[in-house]
Design a protein around this ligand. Structure first.
Ligand code: DI6
Ligand code: FE
Length: 405
């Protein structure tokens, strides 16, 4: 006997190699103990719905997709940067503001000043924006503390969000996000602190699953990132990288050499970076929200990545500076309108490929027996509508670990 059975539904399973979207019209999905126990054509169910599950939910022809996986966010932070947004509207550039002590560093001050409870409270509101549109797994980066105490406070706040029991959370330590003001005359000492002190503590306390860095002319050099990545590897943490967002630092190649799960942004990625990512199965995480907010004009090399077989994920990059966006569906729309992904690629990007970019494809990202029963039930007539509408209330029901939440 299953716990719950969803019927009168169409499934976009997002399984590979099958029909577009892994589509199953007139399908059904069953949950047992939080996992998917059955998924397929309703006609193939092994009996009458009411005899098969304790609860039968009729979906009135809605579409069921895997719960969305937002694989790149900076959801936990203090304050916001609406003032900087105003300055940008008067002509200041992101880089100018960053060099002036604004930008990331101003969020660092606000995050250091906030209590863990305050961080949880403000992030919970942003998380509600994501879950309202079907997110069931979210990655959350630290990186606005830049000292051990505040980085731990951020990672614990992310852990507290997970403890609310509404989403899965993967945590990423982003020590090399910006140079903290107190180290402005000694970069090397900060890089050493991150690699030799922070990473071992964070790894041994189980506070993060992965390490990320901002490899950029206003961030850290490939050499500095290399030093920190080797500490990540030695401490058993997965690797991700903000690469080639504003300039080409050949960060994606470095990340790929470390077997990184993903390289993210990638507007300035070149052929050798693409080849390295393809060879190492490093996922390209596309962040059209940041592209949009920065009014960027250089497009990531989508066509070349597609041709090389690089997997592409799509995420919100929710952060106070370059992507104050809490809408995964807006990210899908922008991935299609700005980056020319197909709606199918975009949806795969925020389900299956997002899961791959987090190293949890065995567990989530597609409607497959054995995976967690994380579902989004949508009031739409075809899956392309998820990328097509902007701002429409499409979600009918969200299911986390088999429970309707
Ligand atoms: N790249 C980004 O887009 C965000 N971080 C990063 O390394 C921006 C973070 C911020 O401006 O607060
Ligand atoms: Fe980011």
């Amino acid at each position: 006997m299953w716990d719950t059975l969803w019927v009168d539904a169409n499934l976009a399973t997002m399984r590979e190699g099958a029909a577009p979207y892994g589509e199953i019209k007139r399908g059904a999905v069953a949950a047992k103990d939080g996992r998917i126990a059955w998924a397929g054509y309703a006609a193939d169910l092994p009996g009458h719905a009411v005899d098969l599950a304790r609860e039968v939910r009729r979906c009135e022809n809605a579409w069921i997709t895997p719960g969305l996986v937002d694989c790149h966010t900076h959801l936990v932070f203090g304050g916001n940067r609406a003032r900087e947004f105003e300055m940008r509207s008067q002509g200041a550039s992101y880089e100018e503001i960053a060099r002036d002590g604004g930008g990331i560093v101003s969020t660092v001050a606000a995050t250091r000043a906030a209590s863990k409870e305050e961080l949880v409270e403000s992030a919970a509101k942003r998380l509600a924006g994501l879950t309202r549109e079907g997110v069931t797994t979210v990655e959350i980066k630290s990186g606005y503390g830049l000292d051990l105490e505040t980085e731990i406070k951020m990672l614990e706040a992310a852990g507290d969000l997970a403890a609310l029991g509404e989403v899965r959370v993967k945590r990423t330590f982003l020590g090399l996000h910006a140079l903290p003001p107190e180290f402005k005359d000694d970069r090397a000492a900060y890089v050493q602190l991150v690699a030799d002190v922070m990473i071992p503590v964070i790894a041994s306390e189980g506070l993060a699953d992965a390490v990320d860095a901002f490899c950029e002319n206003i961030g850290f050099t490939a050499e500095e990132v290399d030093y920190v990545f080797s500490a990540a590897r030695d401490n058993g943490l997965a690797i991700k990288l903000h690469a080639e967002q504003l300039s080409n630092q050949h960060g994606a190649e470095l990340a790929a050499r470390y077997g990184a799960l993903s390289a993210d942004h990638l507007e300035h990625l070149d052929e050798s970076g693409i080849a390295a990512m393809a060879a190492n199965c490093t996922v390209a995480v596309l962040l059209p929200g940041a592209f949009h907010f920065l009014r960027e004009t250089k497009l990531p090399p989508i066509e070349a990545m597609r041709a090389a077989g690089v997997r592409m994920a799509v995420a919100s990059d929710c952060n106070p500076g370059t992507s104050p966006m809490t809408s995964p569906l807006a990210a899908l729309n922008m991935a299609c309108t700005l980056f020319r992904l197909t709606p199918e690629e975009a949806l795969a990007g925020i389900t299956r490929e997002g899961a791959r970019a987090l190293g949890i494809l065995d567990d989530v990202g597609a409607l497959e027996v054995g995976k967690a029963c994380d579902l989004a039930v949508w009031d739409i007539g075809a899956p392309a509508e998820l990328s097509y509408w902007l701002g429409a209330p499409l979600l009918k029901e969200r299911v986390f670990a088999g429970r309707v939440v």
